[in-house]
Write a protein that binds this ligand. Structure first.
Ligand SMILES: Cc1cc2nc3c(=O)[nH]c(=O)nc-3n(C[C@H](O)[C@H](O)[C@H](O)COP(=O)(O)OP(=O)(O)OC[C@H]3O[C@@H](n4cnc5c(N)ncnc54)[C@H](O)[C@@H]3O)c2cc1C
Length: 492
């Protein structure tokens, strides 16, 4: 006789930065509620455990990439991957969250039943199928495929005699000392890897189809260092965080409103950082405006220094084909290489790629609309974390976790068993992300939509989201609450 599956009040998918954050908020607000975290890998940390390429580091400051509830005590604002991983693991261990994680559980399907007001969640575990039921499902599964990074089809790869490496799958013992390394790509990973491989003794060429905005930022935050001297850790952290939120918001808003001036300002800085007469227009002057894609930060100008020292070259061109000894470019030039690194990006996937079913109906994501950028239309008791694209991910993760806690407390207080954002057909649709990098554009049609007005519109603006998510009303004409007795739904 088969027994009923295990039941938890809240089921979290993913034990990365966001999943640990979600667990922290839930157990603090509801000590007696049961929860579990299903994690498909063998480890805590998600991104910060997966990526192992040399130099892996944050590209936003740790005072905002850190949790609001746990001061970042590291000395660097732009921190290395190991320190970030330790921070996430320590948060889990210090709060007993690690005991709630079920490793090697890959969630593949979640089915909501309004008859029982619960999710039935199926995961694969060591070749077996494991079923758990839950009252609320919280997806903290990141935004990209873990098993495969993105590499475009390049001609002639089979002819190339050296290794071709994707940064998502870095070989443990890749020796680049004295080698000619070509890094294909111009995003955060490429600009991190370039100087790191120079440090390991490589002669590096960064080959990009088109340039990105790259600016230098001090690895240490002088303001944070100063306030730490006379304030307790928590207060100093809060102050440094507020300063950095303010600074990044101003940078973003100014970029959006005055793109020409921002472009000119960045150009002026790069003239100071690069050798005299350097061809900035070819290699560092993007076609898009600042912050239409994420700006790349380099700590203490390491990339520009490597260029000044003649250890790193930029090439702005397209690959025609790989050859036995490197790459032939569309301009006709040949680039010799012993190793080629394809820092060509991620394969975006949302909600861990799981199949979502509501009352027997398989959901198609493009038919759904995101509610407050954290729930989905007509999907009950489901929330997700997808962080900001123009500021640190955790700022949004913290707000979503706080909102979910308030939503659950509201449901408790009124005896509701079900909370469903209900779509209003008069609300117009827009793409889920108003952001243009290739990894977003490649899949934008397979994502849910956002609406053209609140509460369906996504604002990439922490200061605007903060009062609404932290203090705003939970009740809303677009949210339907229902009691367990299957009475008529209530829209408060
Ligand atoms: C190289 C790199 C550098 C970055 N640097 C920054 C930065 O400096 N600042 C910033 O704001 N953002 C940065 N990001 C974005 C970054 O991913 C987030 O900051 C943050 O780590 C996301 O945390 P997360 O927990 O939401 O997702 P992840 O770190 O991706 O963790 C998701 C977890 O969910 C698990 N999971 C996924 N699907 C399933 C499933 N179906 N079943 C079970 N488990 C599942 C995964 O195994 C993983 O452990 C970076 C991203 C990359 C790739």
């Amino acid at each position: 006789m088969s027994s009923a599956p295990e039941h938890v009040d809240v089921l979290i998918i993913g034990a990365g930065l966001s999943g640990i954050d979600a667990a922290y908020h839930l157990q603090r607000a509801f000590p007696s509620r049961t929860y579990a975290i299903l994690e498909m890998r063998e480890a805590i940390g998600g991104t910060w455990d997966l990526f192992r390429y040399p130099g892996i580091r944050s590209d936003s400051d740790m005072f905002t990439l850190g949790y609001r509830h746990r001061p970042w005590l590291g000395d660097k604002a732009i921190a290395d991957g190991d320190s970030i991983l330790r921070y996430v693991r320590d948060t889990a261990a210090d709060n007993g969250i690690d005991k709630h994680i079920r490793y090697r559980h890959k969630v593949i399907r979640a089915e909501w039943s309004s008859a029982g007001n619960r999710w039935t969640v199926t995961s694969e575990h060591d070749g077996d199928s494991v079923v758990i039921t839950a009252g609320f499902l919280f997806s903290c599964s990141g935004y990209y495929r873990y098993d495969q990074g993105y590499t475009p089809e390049f001609a002639g790869t089979e002819r190339f005699s050296g290794p071709i490496v994707h940064p998502q799958h870095w070989p443990e013992h890749l020796d680049v000392e004295g080698k000619r390394v070509v890094i294909v790509g111009s995003g955060a990973t490429a600009v991190t890897l370039g100087p790191a491989l120079v440090e390991q003794g490589a002669q590096v060429t960064m080959l990009q189809r088109s340039p990105s905005y790259i600016i230098s930022m001090p690895a240490r935050d002088a303001f944070a260092d100063r306030v730490r001297r006379f304030l307790p850790a928590k207060a100093a952290y809060a102050l440094a965080r507020a300063k950095n939120v303010g600074f990044s918001t101003v940078m973003y808003q100014v970029s959006q409103r005055y793109p020409k001036r921002m472009r000119a300002w960045i150009h002026g800085l790069q003239e100071r950082w690069l050798p005299e007469g350097y061809d900035i227009d070819t290699h560092f002057n993007p076609r898009y405006d600042p912050w239409d894609q994420r700006l790349c930060l380099v700590p203490n100008g390491d990339l520009f220094r490597a260029i000044r020292h003649g250890k790193l070259e930029m090439a702005t061109d397209r690959i025609e084909t790989f050859t036995e000894t490197g790459l032939r470019l569309e301009s006709g030039a040949d680039l010799d290489a012993d190793v080629v690194i394809t820092a060509t990006g991620l394969n975006l996937v949302v909600f861990g790629g799981i199949d979502l079913v509501v009352d027997g109906r398989e959901l198609k994501l493009p038919e759904l609309m995101a509610y407050k950028a954290m729930m989905l239309s007509d999907v009950p008791n489901f929330a997700f974390v997808i962080g900001y694209t123009n500021a640190s991910w955790t700022l949004k993760a913290d707000l979503v976790c706080e909102y979910v806690v308030r939503l659950l407390a509201h449901m408790d207080a009124h005896g509701y068993a079900k909370a469903t954002p209900v779509r209003d057909p008069s609300v117009g649709t827009a793409p889920f992300l108003d952001f243009e990098p290739g990894y977003v554009l490649r899949v934008i049609d397979s994502l849910p939509k956002q609406g053209d007005r609140a509460p369906w519109k996504l604002h990439m603006n922490y200061l605007r989201d903060l009062p609404k998510m932290r203090y705003g009303r939970i009740t809303d004409p677009a949210m339907r609450f229902e009691r367990a007795t299957h009475g008529a739904g209530v829209r408060e």
